[in-house]
Design a protein around this ligand. Sequence first.
Ligand SMILES: Cc1ncc(C[n+]2csc(CCOP(=O)(O)OP(=O)(O)O)c2C)c(N)n1
Ligand SMILES: [Mg+2]
Length: 517
Amino acid sequence: MSSISDSDLPRITGGEAVLRFLELHTSGTVFGLPGSSSVPIFHKFPDTTLRFMPALQEGAALSTADGYSRHSGLTGVLLYMAPGVATAMSNLYNAYRDGSPLLLVISQQATYARWGQASVGEADIVDMVKPFSRFAREVSNAEQLIPLLDAAMRAANGPPAGPAVVVVPEVIDRLFSSERPLIIVGGQLRQMGGAEAIERLSDAFEIPIMYEPFWNDRLGVSPSRYGVLGQLGQHSSVAAGADWVLAIGCRMFNEVHPRTTPWFNSDAFVAHVNADPARLEETNSATWSCVADPAAFAIQLLDMCRDIELNESIRTSRRLRLDDAHSRRSTPRLGPYSAAVAALAAEPDKSFVVDESVSANQILLSGMKCVRGDRYFSTTGGSLGWGIGAACGLALASQDSVTCILGDGAFFFGLQGLWLSVELNLPITFVVLDNGGFGSTRGFEARYVEEIDADHPHFVGSNFGSASRSITRVAEGFGIKCHDITDSDLGWWLEDVRGSGPVLLRVPIQEIASDEQ
Ligand SMILES: Cc1ncc(C[n+]2csc(CCOP(=O)(O)OP(=O)(O)O)c2C)c(N)n1
Ligand SMILES: [Mg+2]
């Protein structure tokens, strides 16, 4: 009997092997941008069932894949050597922050031409991407290709740390004796499937819920639940007065603009649950923390509370506290974004929403009045230029309409992504909230100028001047229908154009004195 030797097996190229792997294990749609060293892979696409979606620039390829993966799971991206990676980096950072399952296959200079950094496009790509990926290795021989792709796939699918569910009785005991409990949720709770359990816990035991401060990549729970009080703000009396806090699937609020005063009373019991140990390390004020899949934790917590009766006087005082918080919330917030936010508050019930609205983001989050919390997406990374691509990816994956809310700066950063929306006639409404520049940066500048008591404010590079007016011209140049509208007409326009193809609504926002423009 003769045995089969290696040479009898049909040989396939590395490029074919990569594409077969993507065919078997990913959403089936691959994003990217070709270059000289990746031609052999691209050449094999027609022999597969994979669909390739091109991009004008790698940042757009990455954010489009990110959006797609949020709907359809693990998604492949093909990039060209160091230049492609460097261009995609800011959106790689966003995807990493939000735990988006992406499998990036990056080409490298041919082995015979590797000179360190000397040959064109060559660099230590593993070192470049390591801080923003769960797994990064270079394939040095054919045998390693499939095992490394396999390991990368498992790392990308996560969760970052396995479900090690430990619910200590302390969390539950204290919950039932607490008069002023509070749950703070992050996008990880939604991503891993725990939204409903936390909503039910809140309903059953009159517990207020808040979204974590700063950016949220997803809405941890549905905004329409009675317990939901919007986003945790700097001056929240509900947080300051809380005696039991469960921070679940979120960060611990000490990033970007750190507070000097604590969020909670020093006597409060604060539990922090997150699937990623690195997030727990950021903890600066938790009494108790636990690495766990937040969804599994929430479901188990709900289950363990099922037969426990809440003392009637505690229930009454919790209900009064919730009613009181609601009555204070219903006071309308006045501000330059209020009309636009009101028009967008129920948008996730009608369409997927991708939010890169920067200054409006927090107001929007707190003003949301929708049931479909699962249809809102933003990024915790905050690297500008993500939204347009992510909206294309979501529209492509869901075959549904998407409303993409952008700052004018975010529009200019991500505009290469518009190309795909036109090419595929995707049902996306781009809403550009145009405040004439990098408004949030301008806000920092204004505060700085005030602090140093300067005679003349210098707004260096934060006002777009005439470039602002080019938004509709740029989008029209891509072939997109554009309308200059007012914020009070936004609701009407959304109804009129939703789902009809790529359309851009430019909404001027008057927020600063005209001499600063
Ligand atoms: C890639 C990148 N570069 C720079 C920044 C710094 N930055 C943060 S917010 C912002 C302004 C965003 O402008 P816009 O989208 O118009 O929103 P606005 O602040 O006006 O609401 C800038 C430049 C960033 N977040 N990402
Ligand atoms: Mg702006």
